[in-house]
Each structure stands twice: as structure tokens, then as C-alpha cells.
Design a protein around this ligand. Structure first.
Ligand SMILES: [Zn+2]
Ligand SMILES: [Zn+2]
Length: 138
């Protein structure tokens, strides 16, 4: 499986659009979450607000301690289709979500990116956290 977008992004200013630079500036000044991050996480938050914290497939129940393993699936596999009533969203645990996509014949790259994004969003840890430690430990 392709893991587009997983590699750490270079932070060179020239790679940024003026809009992104503006957002980066706001992030620095306000210390708040960037608008882009908010927009990306928006539908998940909304779906979790509308739907019960239960996996629609296996029925696993979630709470604050493990809510990070509950992801939002787009029923029509179109992550741009986000009706406010939540009719295109389905709360799925990460395992059932994976399942849902692997049995879907027409695999949508867009949705794959959404998933990867979900995972990144969920896994608030830094995958390279230990790297520094390992490098420092000679
Ligand atoms: Zn499940
Ligand atoms: Zn999905």
C-alpha cells in the first residue's frame, strides 16, 4: 500500500503557498491549531458528535480512553461529500475501517489519503520520537 503523505514534510518556506504561510504565521502568533488542520479534522469531530461512539460494524463501544481508535468512514467513499446531517459518515473502528476498504473493489485513492490522515490525526504521537533518543544513545 502506498503511504503518500506519510513522510515528514519539508518546512522550506518556498514550498508554501501564501495562504499556508499566513496560517503558519497565525499558528505561531496564536499558538492555535491551524485552520487547515481544523478543516481536516472537522468531519470526524462532527461525526463523533452526531453518531454514537460505537463501531457500526463490530459494535465495539468507545469512550474517551480509546476514542482515537474510532475513525470516520465515508459511505460513498467520497471524502468531499460531507452532509451536515452525517448521512455519509459511519463511525468504524480502525480494524473494520480497514476491512471495509480492502473488500471494496474500486479502491479510491482519495479515501486512502483520508484514512492515512485519520490515522495521523488519531496517533497524536510522533513516530520519530524514539529516533532522537536512539541517536543520542551512542
Ligand atoms: Zn469495528
Ligand atoms: Zn473509509
Amino acid at each position: 500500500m502506498k503511504r503518500k503523505g506519510f513522510s515528514p514534510k519539508p518546512k522550506q518556506p518556498k514550498d508554501r503557498s501564501p495562504e499556508e504561510r499566513e496560517q503558519a504565521m497565525q499558528r505561531i502568533v496564536g499558538g492555535a491549531i491551524g485552520n487547515r488542520d481544523k478543516r481536516m479534522a472537522g468531519y470526524r469531530e462532527q461525526s463523533l458528535r452526531i453518531h454514537p461512539w460505537v463501531c457500526a460494524r463490530c459494535g465495539r463501544v468507545f469512550d474517551q480512553s480509546n476514542i482515537t481508535e474510532l475513525t470516520v468512514h465515508h459511505k460513498d467513499h467520497n471524502h468531499d461529500n460531507n452532509p451536515a446531517d452525517g448521512s455519509n459518515w459511519e463511525n468504524l473502528c480502525i480494524y473494520c475501517h480497514d476491512n471495509e476498504h480492502s473488500r471494496y473493489v474500486e479502491y479510491q485513492p482519495d479515501e486512502a489519503i483520508t484514512m492515512a490522515r485519520d490515522e495521523q490525526d488519531l496517533a497524536k504521537y510522533n513516530p520519530f520520537e524514539n529516533l532522537k533518543e536512539l541517536l543520542g544513545r551512542k
